[in-house]
Design a protein around this ligand. Structure first.
Ligand code: MN
Length: 228
């Protein structure tokens, strides 16, 4: 059937060690999944459990590189995160079976307009303009789980212009990867192509044009972006 407009494109993420690509269906993100980051945002991780929000599928920046500093903000923040890529999905996935859904893992940055997020929190408004803007989700190539296994621990870090800003360990996530998948699948049906950004450790901070950002996760390699 003929389309009345050009058919929108699906984002494609490179796969480590392969010429094949991973097509993106939806992007879910976990908020406040590391206690030290919850505290730096003024929240008590003992009383406020992690939660979910989304980004559109076309805001990924596969492989990093130049990222345009977005309009309508004066406080763009970096958040380095472990990203889970799904090969299978379902509803009400039990924790014990959740890892069977995982295709692989990547390093991602959840770019955030912190000023718009603060305003949205004040007014009880949604976070879409704070989180879901163009080029707001840089992501490295995906390392398949059949090469790496499932990382339950390991360093996660980010540096700006060679100065380290964030460092944590995947073992410090409040909700582990299987728990995240189980929780989300209680709200929506997960499916092949879904990406889940699993939250960031402490040390988030502002970026300006010209900044060179490097980040990595033990075993998954690195991701680099430059703000232009
Ligand atoms: Mn985040």
């Amino acid at each position: 059937m003929e389309s009345v407009i050009p058919v929108p494109t699906v984002s494609l993420i490179p796969v480590m060690g392969s010429a094949a690509v991973f097509p993106v269906r939806r992007i879910y993100c976990v908020g406040r999944n590391y206690a030290d980051h919850a505290r730096e945002m003024g929240m008590d991780p003992e009383r406020e459990p992690p939660f979910f929000f989304g980004k559109p599928q076309d805001v990924v920046v596969p492989g990093g590189g130049p990222v345009h500093y977005p309009p309508a903000t004066a406080n763009l923040h970096h958040e380095v995160e472990l990203v889970v890529a799904l090969a299978r999905g379902g509803r009400d996935i039990p924790v014990s079976r959740a890892l069977d859904c995982v295709f692989g893992y990547a390093v991602g940055i959840d770019l955030t307009r912190r000023d718009l997020q603060a305003k949205a929190k004040d007014k009880g408004q949604p976070w879409d303009t704070a989180k879901g803007f163009d080029e707001s989700a840089p992501i490295s190539a995906i390392t398949p789980a059949n090469l790496l296994g499932h990382p339950g621990q390991g360093a996660i870090w980010l540096a700006v212009n060679g100065v380290e800003k964030q460092r944590g360990d995947l073992a410090d996530m409040i909700w582990s990867v299987p728990e995240v998948l189980a929780h989300i699948s209680g709200f929506v049906a997960l499916a092949p192509g879904d990406l889940i950004y699993t939250g960031t450790p402490a040390g988030v901070g502002p970026l300006v044009r010209g900044d060179q950002v490097r980040c990595g996760i033990q075993g998954l390699g690195e991701l680099a972006i430059t703000l232009v």
